[in-house]
Design a protein around this ligand. Structure first.
Ligand SMILES: C[S@@+](CC[C@H](N)C(=O)[O-])C[C@H]1O[C@@H](n2cnc3c(N)ncnc32)[C@H](O)[C@@H]1O
Length: 276
């Protein structure tokens, strides 16, 4: 297991748990009934859309760390005037997308999400430029990305806090879908919740859906990854592991005297140069 420890006084990462109580809770106990689980799966898109209806573009902070953590997101790395085509899969309202487009004029970005409202927010953003970006609605578990993106044409795919929102039985469908549009030899960049992240430890009894899988009060769900689970998932879809490491972060809230331990998993998986 590789660890990468960062102390910080402000969170740059999704802070979904701020809607939950801060006192410790017992999160185990019986899992949610099969009937309710089926309903949550059926209503996953609706629940995310309602999330954006409530929060508009104000919930997640802009993620300015992506180029620091992933050099693949910088153009002109391999040669002068190198252009990059990226796909931000599950882009939300563009908190990763717009910092990238602003910083680097050599990027063209596809961005998709299954919340129609989130996609609309992306298109309405003053930084949205149809010459440099194509945002579209897509359920990554069932809508073929090839309807919007040519096969094997994308240099980098990002999955930033997205796979955790997908039912574990369907995660491989997302990976198969993005595989088809990725160029051979290029990578999927992944960052998401790690096992025992503070957000997981604070779930209350009655919110457990399965192993490492929980439901929030608003009906959106979160899976907490181990490096072993993630590597198996990607390898079974034909990817090669480049790197996978836990990022341990302590978010310090000086005003409230709280120190919140966070665990994220950050990884890169490559589509092999020669595909079977
Ligand atoms: C925690 S948000 C992260 C958004 C964005 N990547 C960011 O970093 O700000 C998770 C996003 O995944 C999207 N999502 C969840 N399941 C999806 C699916 N099956 N297909 C496409 N998007 C999905 C949600 O609508 C939501 O916008």
């Amino acid at each position: 297991m590789r660890l990468h420890v960062i102390m910080s006084s402000g969170g740059e990462d999704p802070d979904r748990e701020k809607e939950q109580e801060t006192r410790p809770q017992s999160r185990d106990g019986p899992v949610v009934s099969a009937f309710k689980q089926a309903k949550l799966e059926k209503e996953a898109q609706k629940n995310w859309d309602l999330f954006y209806k409530r929060n508009s573009t104000n919930f997640f902070r802009d993620r300015h760390w992506t180029t620091r953590e992933f050099e693949e997101l910088r153009s002109c790395k391999e040669f002068e005037d190198q252009k990059l085509t990226i796909l931000e899969a599950g882009c939300g309202v563009g908190n990763c997308l717009f910092p990238l487009l602003e910083e680097d004029l050599n990027i063209f970005a596809y961005a998709c999400d299954f919340s129609p409202r989130a996609v609309e927010y992306v298109k309405q953003n003053p930084l949205y430029d149809a010459e440099r970006c194509k945002a579209f609605h897509c359920d990554l578990t069932q809508d073929d990305l090839l309807e919007h993106i040519p096969a094997a044409s994308v240099d980098v795919v990002t999955l930033i806090f997205v796979l955790s929102a997908v039912h574990p039985d369907k995660m491989h469908l997302v990976l198969q879908n993005v595989y088809r549009v990725l160029k051979p030899g290029k990578c999927v960049l992944f960052r998401d919740y790690g096992l025992n992240d503070h957000a997981m430890l604070r779930f209350k009894t009655g919110s457990k859906l399965g192993e490492n899988f929980y439901v929030r009060q608003d009906g959106t769900r979160a899976y907490f990854f181990t490096d072993v689970f993630l590597a198996q998932l990607f390898r079974a879809t034909g990817y090669e592991e480049v790197v996978s490491e836990y990022v341990l972060r302590e978010t310090v809230n000086k005003k409230e005297g709280l120190c919140v331990p966070r665990v994220f998993l950050q990884s890169k998986f490559r589509k092999p140069l020669r595909t079977p």
